[in-house]
Design a protein around this ligand. Structure first.
Ligand code: CA
Length: 495
């Protein structure tokens, strides 16, 4: 007997014993499968001038090139290794957001990390997105590293500039960014001038002066291509300051299109408040509104040895959904619904860094080497010179909020993007496995498929590898032990 047949025979025997222990056949808790990911959200009559008449179903995957270089692999829904851009487009994602930092390197050329998000990284991401017909939101942060409500550090080479000189640099830099990305093949649909600029931007803290700086970036966008939407982005709609930001921008006469917000549901209040705050600005100033960043945990586990931003025991975090794949899907669908509820002006949602993983199952020492070598974590050791909050290199604090599991396989929650309407272009369907029972899509039905299905059914229902059609052998739109029994018989007959 060949080794392969012997292995299959032993595995079958083990499987039979396991099934006997489960007193096959019987119905399990899986019999009424109903997932939040299957819930649809309808934006109603959608403005044809925005994204071709479709709500923005976006993700920010700014770190992706560094993550891939570090060795993380991504799979499609059938368990095949596949370009993540293709997989995202198959799940209905139609927009990619990418952050841009001026010079995220020290004087010796060492990267600060966080995905090495310089202009050339953004251009490459734009090119890869365009291959699958996904537009680009260019999130220009006007900093050499992370910009958020606490940090808006000017780029190194701009630090001595007076206000007018800084304005000139912002115009020139913005123009250069747009030209470079477009020439590389990226399809820019929107530009963010600044990131989470809560009365703080490029070192400036006076909101009227900030508007004057914004105007320079905005003019560069208008001069480049008037069809590109201009967004301004703030963090946390529950602070009570949004109406004031919008009022000052209006008083200044700032020419922009989209008022965008970060909305992390465990920190930023309810979805009802999100809708109300955005609706007021949309009505009063006739602006589009959207969520530029959101995320929610599906697990309390950590996949890369670097502690996570939130988990069930976090202080100052309110979890209104289960920390599970289904809770994550419910949350994401509700965020889309909250934006859809802003009638005629809500244009979509971006999920933040849904693929920011580390290489699975390696030690902290190995992870640390990858973070420093490839910039695949939030910071390298070299970032400390520019960002005083950096003590040492680190990984992903968001891997438990990803839409891929720690081994790079899509979670069921990614399917939320498929159910956002209206849809002008039907997302491309991935090739289905041709062989009955071949749920890992390697082209043949083997004991590996049976073991995988058993794991999904009896041990870990969050396992993302199952191809429903291939596994639903009873053809009753349910996956249960009956299907597993048929699989087992197929395996025995094969032998
Ligand atoms: Ca982590």
């Amino acid at each position: 007997m060949k080794l392969r047949k012997l292995t299959a025979a032993i595995a079958s025997a083990v499987l039979l014993i396991t099934l006997t222990a489960y007193n096959c056949p019987f119905r399990t808790h899986q019999q009424n499968i109903s997932y939040a990911a299957d819930k649809s959200v309808d934006f109603g009559s959608f403005d044809m001038s925005v994204n071709g008449g479709e709500p923005i179903r976006g993700v920010d995957i700014s770190s992706i090139l560094a993550i891939e270089k570090a060795g993380v692999e991504f799979y499609n829904e059938y368990g095949r290794k596949q370009d993540i851009f293709k997989t995202l487009s198959e799940y209905g994602v139609n927009y990619i957001r990418v952050r841009v930092w001026n010079e995220p390197y020290d004087k010796n050329g060492n990267s600060y990390g966080g995905g090495n998000c310089d202009l050339y990284t953004a251009a490459e991401i734009g090119k890869r997105a365009a291959k699958y017909d996904m537009k680009l939101l260019v999130d220009i942060q006007y900093s050499d590293f992370w910009a958020d409500p606490e940090k808006q550090t000017r780029p190194k080479y701009w630090q001595q500039h007076d206000h007018e000189t800084l304005k000139g640099e912002i115009y020139k830099y913005t123009s250069w960014v747009l030209e470079t990305i477009s020439e590389s093949g990226g399809k820019i649909g929107m530009v963010q001038v600044g990131n989470e600029t809560n009365c703080f931007f490029c070192g400036e803290k006076d909101m009227y002066k900030i508007c004057d700086l914004f105007s320079s970036g905005n003019k560069a966008v208008r001069d480049f291509d008037r069809s590109i939407l201009i967004a301004h982005h703030f963090a946390n709609p529950s602070t009570g300051y949004y109406a004031w930001y919008a009022q000052v921008m209006n008083e200044y006469g700032l020419d922009y299109d989209v008022f965008a917000t970060s909305y992390y549901p465990y920190w930023h209040g309810t979805t009802e408040n999100l809708t109300a705050v955005l609706q007021e600005i949309a009505n009063k100033y006739d602006k589009y509104v959207m969520v530029a960043e959101t995320a929610y945990p599906y697990t309390n586990q950590d996949g890369d040895t670097f502690g996570n931003a939130v988990s069930a025991d976090s202080d100052n975090a309110v979890f209104r959904y289960d920390i599970s794949v289904d809770g994550q899907a419910q949350c994401l669908a509700d965020v889309f619904q909250a934006v859809a509820n802003v009638k005629n002006k809500g244009i979509g949602v971006f999920y933040w860094e849904p693929a920011w993983l580390g290489v699975n199952n390696i030690s902290w020492e190995q992870q640390n080497e990858l973070w420093n070598k490839y910039g695949s974590g939030w910071a390298t050791d070299y970032a400390a010179e520019y960002d005083k909050s950096v003590n040492s290199a680190g990984g992903s604090a968001y891997d438990n909020q990803a839409l891929f599991d720690f081994s790079g396989k899509p979670l069921k929650s990614l399917e939320v993007f498929r159910n956002i309407y209206p849809q002008k272009k039907v997302p491309p369907k991935p090739d289905e496995p041709k062989v009955k029972g071949d749920i890992n899509a390697d082209g043949e039905f083997t004991v590996a498929d049976v073991v995988l299905f058993q794991k999904w059914l009896l041990v870990n229902p969050d396992t993302a590898l199952v191809d429903w059609k291939a596994a639903d052998l009873c053809k009753d739109d349910k996956l249960d032990v009956f299907d597993l029994c048929i699989m087992k018989h197929m395996l025995l007959e094969k032998k």
